[in-house]
Design a protein around this ligand. Structure first.
Ligand code: BTN
Length: 264
């Protein structure tokens, strides 16, 4: 496992673990002990990998499990935008690593789909640590990519790169590209000054725009036309009862909506 050339040149560091509970948990421990990044933590397998919305993330050997710790990336109110910055970097790395450019899409908020099934996800968290009598917030950006295997029992159909051919890139090859793509994406974001540029790139590669989608929220499932994401990255959906703006939830495209109906 090695950083890309640009990441090395820009002073990003890398720690690799054979096994760990969760690279995001390790990031929290390191931040509590004074780490401020930029640091990548990568594991070959995780014993307690975590996904969005309290789910677990199956983490057998062979897939990519990586977390980036960043401090001072942008003002704290801009931190949620990092999910889109990361989704964009991940799809760019996947496009560079595979011949699948046309078959890769983004699913709000920051999943990457291959042929309509989930290939990669992002878990964005934050940790606050005391620094010289004040508190400082660090971003914990966790990325999981199914390189050689995908879980079977998931709320959204899942896929691995290896399901689409024997020449799938390995986790280390993908990680090098991702570490450089992340810098390109962070540079485009420009410390949160240019989220509009990230949003424009994100929308170009997003699946389901203009289509009828289902969104599973904590207590209801709404259905309507996926209009766009707003300037803050929230999902805009036109339902029969009018427009809804969604901050957190699970999107299901028509091809995968049976899982939403099951409440999975
Ligand atoms: C999702 O639910 O789509 C997000 C999945 C994020 C998984 C990654 S793997 C590396 C990092 N460590 C974790 O425990 N989770 C994230």
């Amino acid at each position: 496992m090695e950083l890309g050339r640009i990441a090395k040149a820009r002073g990003f560091r890398l720690v690799v673990h054979e096994e760990i509970d969760s690279t995001n948990e390790e990031a929290k421990r390191l931040i509590a002990a004074g780490e401020r990044g930029p640091l990548w933590i990568v594991a070959r397998r995780q014993s307690q990998g975590r996904g969005r919305l309290g789910r677990n993330w199956e983490s057998p050997p062979g897939n990519l499990y990586a977390t980036l710790v960043l401090s001072d990336a942008a003002p704290a109110r801009r931190a949620p935008e990092l999910g889109f910055v990361t989704g964009l970097a991940t799809i760019e790395a996947l496009k560079a690593a595979t011949g699948f450019a046309e078959r890769l899409t983004l699913k709000w908020p920051n999943d990457i789909l291959l042929d309509g099934a989930k290939l990669a996800g992002v878990l964005l968290e934050a940790a606050v640590a005391p620094v010289a009598g004040e508190t400082e917030s660090s971003a914990i950006i966790g990325i999981g990519v199914n390189c050689i295997s995908a879980p079977l029992q998931t709320s959204y159909p899942a896929i691995a790169l290896a399901d689409r051919g024997p020449t799938a890139p390995s986790a280390p090859a993908l990680f090098s590209l991702l570490s450089d793509a992340m810098i390109a994406s962070l540079d485009l974001w420009d410390g949160g000054e240019r989220f509009h540029a990230i949003r424009a790139q994100w929308l170009k590669q997003a699946g389901g725009i203009g289509e009828t989608i289902k969104v599973k929220l904590a207590r209801e499932i709404i259905e309507g036309r996926f209009e766009t994401i707003d300037a803050a990255g929230r999902l805009k959906i036109m339902t029969d009862l009018g427009e809804r703006i969604v901050e957190a939830g699970d999107v299901f495209f028509p091809s995968a909506d049976t899982s939403a109906e099951r409440g999975a």
